[in-house]
Design a protein around this ligand. Structure first.
Ligand SMILES: [Zn+2]
Length: 509
């Protein structure tokens, strides 16, 4: 008897696991709970038009209940995002059956996200992709229930937004006189690096305010918030090429050219210059008006302090504000802009080390390095920031950097280095290493694509897909993800779909 019960228990467990994993549904991210029924709903024309919606205030934010029966489809949700995601799930479930109409398998799904921040980041400064590529990125983000588009718009190597009142930004900052030749690696700006430049003008490439508003609206229609990033006080060389007077040493910008090689520029914003601070205020004030979301990213990473150490204006600021030494300048400017943005109803987001020093707890961290040491910086890990009471978005480079090699055979594209396989992406746990009491501060995660070695949309798609499929499931399901083998079989179906729709998705290796 005991043996029989045990056998039955194992069978029931297996059946339940199969139902909850819902491998047969072949969708990504997998729904949290799904019970498949018999038969299908069949209709001619638009399936979404057949859906009966009802409101259920008890449903979690962005969550939905989808019921597909032979005689109709019902969706219950408490918000528009939930209704939207129910329809996205329905699109993935629907199969076109030619003259017989569209078929959807009968199923009961109850679904909601583990994390509120499910992001994708695109660097348009090292290489520029343009509106149409961005729109296709947003379409795919919506399909896979990603809801934050982090748009890296300013850098040492390019400034990509046309800010009213500052025409030189795009005249000088949006065009490089040359770039690193395809296949070369150049970071330091030495003579040897200069020999690796291609001599080909790149740009001017930038977005007008109308373009930005168009993208913001396109994203909003897909329940995606655009998070603009305006870097400060480092990674601003392209802006300084436009306005050399905002650098500690304007003479270093005499060529009026953004940084041509990759890597980190030593010339940064002069924090002793009130006009330079005013310039950033004006830029961010405009950004707050163009981007209606509640978060603005101010970079804050990798800012060398060497110019500040010998700049009379910066030294004067240190004295006047009682900042101790040059180490006090970055926390000072961070506090300034956290308050400046808060006065405009925005929360500030920045990379790891911008949280060093006495920074208001309202500031959100974006953690990209797990280590607390390296590159001469003292770093703030995501776990440490969350423990100190900051909200954090986890984007550790060893899981989330899509410019790292993906470990596939005969890869035709170039990468910056590293290695992040599809399985590695899938194994990511945004809360790993975070003490239980601080886990509520982990807003979610994000896949980041830096584009030093990404030239065009084909290259970009190859690096993003299928790895972003794995991350989307991690961000949606968290600990409830059903496992890599289960994911891989569904991802294969999605890869076929992506390729049929012109997306240059890499193999699932
Ligand atoms: Zn200075």
């Amino acid at each position: 008897m005991t043996k029989l019960y045990r056998k039955l228990a194992v069978m029931i467990e297996a059946a339940l696991a199969a139902a909850s994993a819902s491998a047969a549904l072949q969708i990504v991210p997998a729904p949290r709970k799904a019970v498949e029924g018999d038969g299908s709903f069949v209709c001619n024309g638009d399936v979404a038009a057949q859906v009966k919606f009802e409101s259920d205030a008890a449903m979690p934010k962005e969550g939905y209940r989808l019921s597909v029966a032979k005689d109709g489809i019902k969706v219950a949700a408490s918000d528009d995002a939930g209704r939207f995601y129910a329809l996205e799930t329905l699109k993935q479930l629907s199969s076109k059956e030619g003259k017989d109409g569209t078929k959807v398998p009968c199923v009961e799904i109850e679904d909601s996200p583990r994390y509120s921040w499910r992001g994708f980041h695109l660097d348009e400064c090292r290489h520029f992709f343009g509106k149409e590529t961005v729109k296709s990125v947003l379409d795919l983000m919506a399909r896979y229930k990603l809801n934050r588009f982090h748009w890296h718009l300013t850098e040492d190597q390019g400034w990509r937004v046309d800010v009213p009142g500052y025409p030189e930004l795009v005249k000088y900052g949006a065009v490089r006189s040359a770039s690193v030749r395809h296949g070369e690696r150049a970071y330091t700006g030495t003579k040897e690096d200069a020999a690796k430049l291609n001599g080909v003008k790149y740009g001017p490439y930038y977005y007008t305010e109308a373009d930005l508003r168009e993208i913001v609206a396109y994203a909003a229609a897909r329940h995606i918030q655009v998070v603009p990033e305006i870097e400060l006080p480092g990674h601003v060389y392209a802006a300084l090429a436009a306005y050399p007077q905002f650098a500690c040493r304007p003479e270093n910008l005499a060529a009026r050219d953004p940084r041509l090689v990759w890597g980190i520029e030593k010339d940064v914003l002069c924090l002793g210059n009130d006009e330079a601070i005013k310039f950033m205020e004006n830029v961010l004030d405009w950004v707050c008006k163009v981007f209606p979301g509640d978060v603005v990213h101010i970079g804050g990473d990798e800012c060398p302090q060497i110019r500040w150490q010998s700049c009379p204006k910066c030294q004067e600021r240190i004295k006047k504000e009682g900042l101790g030494d040059h180490n006090g300048l970055q926390p000072w400017v961070t506090r300034h802009f956290v308050k400046f943005l808060a006065d405009r109803g925005k929360r500030t987001l920045g990379w790891d080390e911008y949280l060093l020093g006495d920074i208001p707890k309202s500031a959100i961290g974006m953690s990209w390095r797990e280590s607390r040491t390296g590159a001469g910086h003292e770093l703030v890990s995501g776990a440490a920031a969350a423990t100190r009471g900051h909200d954090v978005v986890m984007t550790p480079c060893s899981y989330c950097y899509l410019d790292y090699r993906q470990g596939i055979e005969e890869d035709p594209f170039l990468y910056i280095g590293g290695k992040v396989t599809l399985e590695r992406c899938y194994s990511f746990d945004p809360c790993a290493g975070v003490p239980d009491e601080a886990k509520a501060h982990i807003l979610g995660g994000q896949g980041n694509n830096w584009t030093e070695y990404t030239w065009n949309e084909y290259d970009l798609a190859w690096k993003v897909w299928p790895r972003m499929l794995a991350l989307s499931e991690v961000f949606w399901l968290g600990e409830a993800k059903p496992g890599f083998a289960d994911f891989k079989s569904r991802a294969a179906v999605q890869r076929d779909w992506l390729i049929r729709h012109g997306v240059n998705c890499a193999p699932l290796e």
